[in-house]
Design a protein around this ligand. Sequence first.
Ligand code: UFG
Length: 340
Amino acid sequence: MSAGPAILVTGGAGYIGSHVVLALLDAGLPVVVLDDLSTGRAEAVPPEVPLVRGSTGDGPLLRATLRRHRVGAVVHLAASLVVPESVARPLGYWRNNVANTLALAEACVAEGVTRLVFSSTAAVYGIPDRLPVDEDTPCRPINPYGASKHAAEGLLRDAAAAHGLAVVALRYFNVAGADPAGRAGQRTAGATHLIKVACEAALGLRPEVAVFGEDFDTPDGTGVRDYIHVTDLAAAHVQALRHLAMGGDCAVLNCGYGRGHSVREVLRAVERAAGTRLPVRLAGRRAGDPPALVAANGRIRSTLGWRPGFDDLDRIVAHSLAWEGRLRGTGAQLRRGLPR
Ligand code: UFG
């Protein structure tokens, strides 16, 4: 058992979770992970970190975990997060993202845990009238994923007001990249995210990359997103916990760089990094996709003092590609020229 109160990371065996765990360990903080391993992987959790296998919807397990590990704060990442899947299976999204967040908030209140960092999403905004989008922009989600995360933000806001649970909700834009030292990356099989898909295609692990729509009202007609390196995102969680520990106010903060890249720009960056042409197929728009999402990030800068360290699409892509190579044992080929 470690000296200070632990940080509980739900979803800590997942892609973003494993980077948050590393960032917390690097900051010298004791960590415990709760993960049902539905998409996360046990081997993503460092051996020194206790892994509790279970659901955030399991109230008795949560309460026992909070007590047993003397948890002082929670980083709640466990969630369902694929936009098109949320359109096909909305109720599963409402259960996992809302009902299970409710169970977690209840357990925190019951056990006297007063600090929580919540993984929210840019999908709460829907199709904003203006870009970049700031946190005061009205939330009009256009898919069940965004709606469920928005509802979870709402229940946490009410719990904060009534029960003194201090919450920072981080609205992630498009998270990509991998730990620059190669300790973690995106392991999820069958991932749907653009940079992961394109890196797999560059390595010959997929026959092609589909471009979902080229008739959006964007400069080249393809979808525009604000891609943020997962290491910069993980750092924001550590800073949000520090902010709360020092008595900082509840906050809702965008996590993005404030710059958009189109699907075509991303594919060109992957081609540059891999030194190969990607097999690309034009496909129709995907259900639930907004044309463009770019963050205004002034608030996270001023509230947490957060500063990006990897604000460069080529580095994000290079780290993703290096990770894919490492995962498939072809890292040696790709290590050349890897920017740190
Ligand atoms: N895209 C393709 N081909 C693919 C995959 C994606 O063209 O094979 C396009 C999408 O249509 C979109 C862009 O690439 O324009 C990014 O799509 P992703 O699937 O990588 O990510 P999303 O933008 O759909 O969603 C991600 C997260 C959400 C988050 C959102 C915020 O999964 O949790 O970013 O911008 F809310």
